[in-house]
Design a protein around this ligand. Structure first.
Ligand SMILES: Cc1cc2nc3c(=O)[nH]c(=O)nc-3n(C[C@H](O)[C@H](O)[C@H](O)COP(=O)(O)O)c2cc1C
Length: 65
């Protein structure tokens, strides 16, 4: 499980906490991206490591990082 959140600017931590409580487990990764980061196109540096970590368990040993 991994959490991906877009938001205006507040509440992501509390939302993630509630989601963890409901699901009863820790996510392997979380990322929260503000509306501003999307509009200014500065969110790739958060999304790329998130995707890498989420894909990791599915990657074959021979595949490049
Ligand atoms: C009903 C509603 C409630 C929202 N509540 C919050 C909020 O509590 N905190 C926040 O930071 N942004 C809030 N937002 C802003 C959106 O989450 C934000 O614009 C987000 O980037 C939208 O992404 P999306 O178009 O992928 O849903 C709310 C938006 C709506 C429509």
């Amino acid at each position: 499980m991994a959490f991906f959140c877009t938001y205006g600017g507040s509440g992501a931590e509390g939302t993630f906490r509630t989601m963890k409580e409901i699901l009863g487990m820790e996510p392997i990764e979380t990322v929260a991206i503000t509306e501003r980061e999307i509009k200014e196109d500065t969110c790739d540096c958060k999304i790329e490591p998130f995707v890498r970590d989420v894909e990791e368990p599915f990657r074959k040993p021979s595949e490049p990082q």
